[in-house]
Design a protein around this ligand. Structure first.
Ligand code: KIV
Length: 280
């Protein structure tokens, strides 16, 4: 199968074909997602919460992201790969933004980067696009600003906030973003934004009117225990499967059922006879 490109994603918007996107942080998940035919894999800074156990995404570093990106790159050959820029890797200066976005592409093997923020980030996006880096924007609930937003809350519910989100979306497109994530936005507003911009919008809690959908894979699999936002649908209960396997393993170790004969190595009889006779 051919590798998914930005042109494919834009064509999908034009044709009204929904874009599927999920997160991955490691090789086996990337491999399985790729085999399943997913269009886009996001190596999200949500890794900080669902893999590393932090309360927020803020402690995630560039080195952590590069390592996650490399693992995903090894597993996924077909999907379009987007690496998330962690907090303070692009807000500090244009030079930092260029260097760190470049690291996700060169060291991490990503096809594009994602960064959070609306109008105020348009200049940074323009700079990255100018040097050949494809950028996905992210507006609405932007988890890196969680304390400023007063928690993980739905955005754009007042006239002023809704207008600002529309302006943000237009600013991202004008700056050259190839796509944008809309997070935790009322569905009607997200649909209006989707009709107002020419690039694909990807919803996470922004309803069915967007051009595509993304969720955090650990939420989809039932592998994140802390909280489940309203917009998450759990498609499997992998936690129960894992817990069951761990309990069975322990029971078999304790009862000496595992390892069985089929899991053990044999020694040639003539070697064994020599060793045994030397010890007797
Ligand atoms: O980090 C992440 O996984 C994200 C998605 C929630 C869009 O930014």
């Amino acid at each position: 199968m051919d590798k998914v490109t930005i042109h494919d994603l834009h064509r999908m918007k034009t044709r009204g074909e929904p874009i599927s996107m999920l997160t991955a942080y490691d090789y086996p998940t990337a491999l399985l997602l790729d085999q399943s035919g997913i269009d886009v894999i996001l190596v999200g800074d949500s890794a900080g919460m669902v893999v590393h156990g932090f309360e927020t995404t803020l402690p995630v570093t560039m080195d952590m992201m590069v390592m996650h990106c490399q693992a995903v790159r090894r597993g996924a050959k077909r999907a379009f790969l987007i690496g998330d820029m962690p907090f303070m890797s692009y807000q500090t200066s244009l030079e930092d933004a260029r260097r760190n976005a470049g690291r996700l592409l060169v060291e991490g093997g990503m096809d594009a980067v994602k960064l959070e923020g609306g109008q105020h980030m348009a200049g940074t996006i323009r700079e990255l696009v100018a040097i050949g880096i494809a950028v996905q924007g992210h507006i609405g609930l932007t988890p890196q600003s969680v304390s400023q937003l007063g928690g993980f809350k739905v955005q754009g519910k007042t006239v002023e906030a809704a207008r600002q989100l529309l302006d943000d979306a237009r600013a991202l497109e004008a700056a050259g973003a190839f796509s944008m994530v809309l997070e935790a936005i009322p569905a009607r507003l997200a649909e209006l934004i989707t009709r107002s911009v020419g690039v694909p919008t990807i919803s996470i809690g922004a309803g069915a009117g967007c051009d595509g959908q993304v969720l955090v894979t650990h939420d989809v699999l039932g592998l994140f225990d802390r909280f489940t936002p309203k917009f998450v649908k759990q498609f499997a209960n992998v936690a129960d499967t894992m817990r069951g396997a761990f309990e069975m393993y322990q029971a078999e170790v304790r009862s000496r059922t595992f390892p069985g004969a089929e899991h053990q190595f044999t020694m040639p009889d003539d070697v064994w006879d020599v060793i045994q006779s030397e010890l007797e």
